[in-house]
Design a protein around this ligand. Structure first.
Ligand code: SAH
Length: 256
């Protein structure tokens, strides 16, 4: 691999704003309804983009990052709905394996299998995952020391001491907002921690192009009838700060 060039994706515009502030000498490039911000963080080349929501949006964006911008590593930060029962708003999930919960080509192949790949789960890069885990732990120390978010905001969203978990994430083109949806997913796929709308698509494109990737999600809602928290405020005041804080710690670890 040549010089490291990292693609950073976020599914929410509010979330990439904080990351944009970390980038030096930013250049804006418009392609296919997206703005790609190219520059450097700690002397490492990066391209940041707001992918928009859903698998198609995420796949086309990550393809442009790989084929147009030549990135050789992908990070994705965003929010997700909790599937595992005792997860709480503000918990951080680092994805180890990804599955498309809405992919179903039965009877041609088994449920969730990706056509022609013969796989249902795609794994994040092990080494990258370990470094991201360190970055998230470093970030959570700053969070505990109240250096990131005020007590007022944390208590507004009932965030006490967010946990960090590594595990399985399911993605699909559906926003989960009922207990029935949630129960159905966990009965079919009992290891799933959280649900979102982009990760497994990014994972598949990265896998097929041999690009190491890692996806980090902050739990924003419980994926049931309570899934309507004050989203704009949560994105700006909480998950946006989580995303930029974690990215900052990651570049401290790998920076020149
Ligand atoms: N409706 C909200 C935002 C939508 S959330 C608003 O008012 O702005 C959709 C995004 O968050 C997607 O990018 C998805 O990946 C993630 N997400 C968060 N909670 C989710 C859930 N319960 N189900 C599916 N995706 C979720």
């Amino acid at each position: 691999m040549g010089e490291l060039k990292i693609g950073i994706m976020g599914a929410m515009s509010e979330e990439i704003e904080g990351i944009l502030e970390l980038i030096d000498s930013v250049e804006e490039i418009k392609i296919g309804n997206r703005i790609y911000f190219e520059g450097k963080i700690n002397e490492i080349k990066v391209v940041l983009v707001f992918s928009r929501w859903g698998k198609v949006a995420a796949s086309s964006t990550v393809s442009a990052l790989i084929h147009h911008f030549g990135v050789n590593q992908i990070l994705f930060t965003g929010v997700a709905g909790a599937i595992m029962n005792d997860l709480e708003i503000g918990d951080i999930i680092i994805g180890k394996r990804y599955i498309q919960h809405d992919l179903d080509a039965r009877p041609l192949m088994k449920q969730f299998e990706i056509p022609l790949l013969g796989k249902t789960f795609i794994e994040a890069d092990q080494q990258l995952l370990q470094t991201i885990e360190k970055a998230v732990c470093n970030f959570s120390i700053h969070l505990k020391n109240k250096q990131v978010i005020s007590d007022d905001i944390l208590s507004k969203f009932n965030i006490e001491s967010p946990r960090i978990l590594i595990g399985d994430i399911a993605s699909g083109d559906q926003f989960f907002s009922s207990i029935e949806q949630k129960n159905q997913l966990s009965s079919l796929l009992p290891t799933i921690l959280c649900v979102e709308m982009e990760g497994a698509a990014v994972a598949q494109v990265c896998f097929e192009n041999g690009i190491p990737f890692c996806i980090i999600r902050t739990i924003s809602d419980t994926a049931d009838h309570d899934a309507h928290i004050d989203f704009p405020k949560f994105l700006k005041e909480v998950s946006g700060k989580f995303s930029s804080g974690i990215i900052k710690e990651y570049f401290k670890l790998i920076g020149k």
